[in-house]
Ligand binder design. Structure first.
Ligand code: KIV
Length: 257
């Protein structure tokens, strides 16, 4: 699927489902699940590389993991989910030329068909506009933007009127620039509904209620693989406990043999 095809989902009121993946196994699980989009999110910094935030993850890390994810896909190219790769911290905050070079590296060296960029500050808008004009599709990301956690923390955004107005203005600006979809993270549902109504491009929510055009989840959160869960995602299974218990049982049984 090409990024521009997502608009059809919204027109036809067809819900978009997206999962993150970070390696061959999670890529294969996400494809098998029938998800429409697989995002190689920079959350892999925490869920796979053991960092405390997304800031340390590098462009090379993202390319390496995006290639591992696509090696997990087994369907024909047309039937594969849309693969999107996050642009990590400092690959798009240092000017348009660098951003084109780095996003270009992702597109040239992986099967990702789009990049995701957090925020909509004026400099970021210039970058997004340039990338799109240069042929690189961009998924926007507003609300809680973890790459800005040193300034804003990891709390819910859009609780005050001023912040709500800014998020709405930013959302409209991102659509105007040509973003093909927009992730809304950890904002009040009522704000997500307003943004969904304002935009023609699909909104994809995480911690933004159930009314967006689609939903995205960090797969490790759904499977309960992390030590810490975000407040807006209940695990479907206690994956870490379950797998840990099974491995302990195996080790104990081997000791007896
Ligand atoms: O990095 C990530 O996994 C993300 C999702 C939370 C949307 O950006």
């Amino acid at each position: 699927m090409l990024p521009l095809e997502l608009v059809k989902y919204k027109k036809n009121s067809q819900k978009i489902i997206a999962l993150t993946a970070w390696d061959c196994i999670t890529g294969s699980l996400a494809e098998e699940s029938g998800a429409d989009i697989v995002l190689v999110g920079d959350s892999l910094a925490m869920v796979c590389l053991g960092y405390k935030s997304t800031l340390p993850v590098t462009l090379d890390n993202m390319i390496h993991h995006t290639n591992a994810v696509s090696r997990g896909f087994t369907k024909s190219i047309e039937d594969q989910p849309l693969l999107v790769c996050d642009m990590p911290f400092l690959t798009y905050q240092c000017g348009e030329d660098k951003a084109v070079e780095y996003a270009g590296k992702i597109i040239k060296n992986t099967y990702a068909k789009a990049v995701k960029i957090e925020g909509a500050e004026p400099e970021i808008q210039n970058v997004i506009s340039r990338l799109i004009r240069m042929g690189i599709p961009v998924m926007g990301h507003l609300g809680l933007t973890p790459q800005n956690y040193l300034n804003l923390g990891l709390r819910k955004q859009g609780e005050k009127l001023e912040s709500q107005e800014k998020i709405k203005r930013d959302a409209v600006a991102l659509e105007k620039l040509g973003c093909f979809s927009l992730v809304l993270e950890h904002i009040p549902e009522i704000l997500a509904v307003e943004i969904k109504t304002l935009l023609k491009i699909p909104t994809i929510g995480i911690g933004a209620g159930n009314s967006c055009d689609g939903q995205i989840r960090v797969t490790a959160d759904l499977l309960g693989l992390n030590e810490k869960q975000p407040p807006f995602c209940q695990p479907m299974i206690e994956g870490k406990k379950l797998l840990g218990k099974k491995l302990k049982e195996w080790v104990a049984s081997e000791r007896l043999n």
